[in-house]
Design a protein around this ligand. Structure first.
Ligand code: SF4
Length: 230
């Protein structure tokens, strides 16, 4: 727990990507009209959830007026409004509502993080920015030591493949697919619950629920020896 707290302090104070530092702070200063009376977080967003989780969820990056405003992963935007109700239905969250750090949301056996911790312009971090942020992801994986990693979107999947390059997995992102890594951890792919996907029907509630059902099934499987240990 202490190592996660130490890591989160490092993440929150990080300024390694000049373009993202400028953007996250500019968005927090100007604000969206609907949030003019709110204080924006405007800093890197650390991981959120159960430090003893068996399930590790990786998203892309904070939304400019979502996590960059609230300071918590997937909180205060449309993606979170799709994600957390699904987690609640699957028993991984005590509620589907995610509005602020004080909304009472508790994750059970699940930890959520992202490839990049700072809101990027156009929701697109560059390859260099993703590489800059990767060590934070690796350290979270070491601390959490999950049995199942859920990649929300292709960028998250490709980043996890880079970290587990010795697994020999080829780039076969497909919604609902699951692959065992060489250390015994399972990797599960899902479309990202962005508005772009959920409003066009690319990702439906049923499709998303089936991902979390699969995660539940995988948790029942026997675990082999794994690389990351506490
Ligand atoms: S994206 Fe990651 S590495 Fe870049 S400034 Fe934010 S926290 Fe630091």
């Amino acid at each position: 727990m202490k190592s996660l707290e130490t890591l989160n302090k490092e993440i929150i104070s990080c300024r390694n990507c000049p373009r993202l530092v400028k953007w996250r702070e500019e968005v927090a200063r100007v604000k969206r009209k609907a949030y003019q009376d709110r204080e924006y977080w405007g800093r890197p967003v650390p991981g959120f959830g159960d430090p003893d989780a068996q399930v590790f969820v990786v998203g892309l990056a904070p939304g400019a007026h979502g996590s960059n405003r609230t300071g918590r992963q997937f909180t205060g935007d449309a993606s979170g409004n799709f994600l957390y109700p699904a987690l609640a239905r699957a028993g991984f969250a005590n509620q589907g509502r995610a509005e602020s750090q004080k909304d009472g949301l508790i994750l059970k056996d699940l930890f959520i993080t992202a490839c990049a911790r700072c809101a990027p312009p156009g929701n697109k971090p560059t390859a260099e920015e993703l590489a800059n942020c990767q060590p934070f992801l690796e350290r979270e994986l070491e601390i959490i030591n999950p049995r199942v990693i859920v990649c929300l979107g292709r960028t998250a999947y490709e980043r996890i493949l880079k970290i587990f390059s010795e697994s020999g997995l080829v780039n076969k992102f497909s919604h609902g697919a699951s692959y065992p890594l060489s250390n015994g951890t399972w990797l599960v792919c899902s479309y990202h619950p962005s508005q772009q996907n959920t409003q066009t029907g690319k990702l439906t509630v049923e499709m998303f629920d089936s991902v979390w059902s699969k995660v539940r099934e995988l948790l029942k499987k026997e675990v082999k020896a794994r690389i990351f240990r506490r």
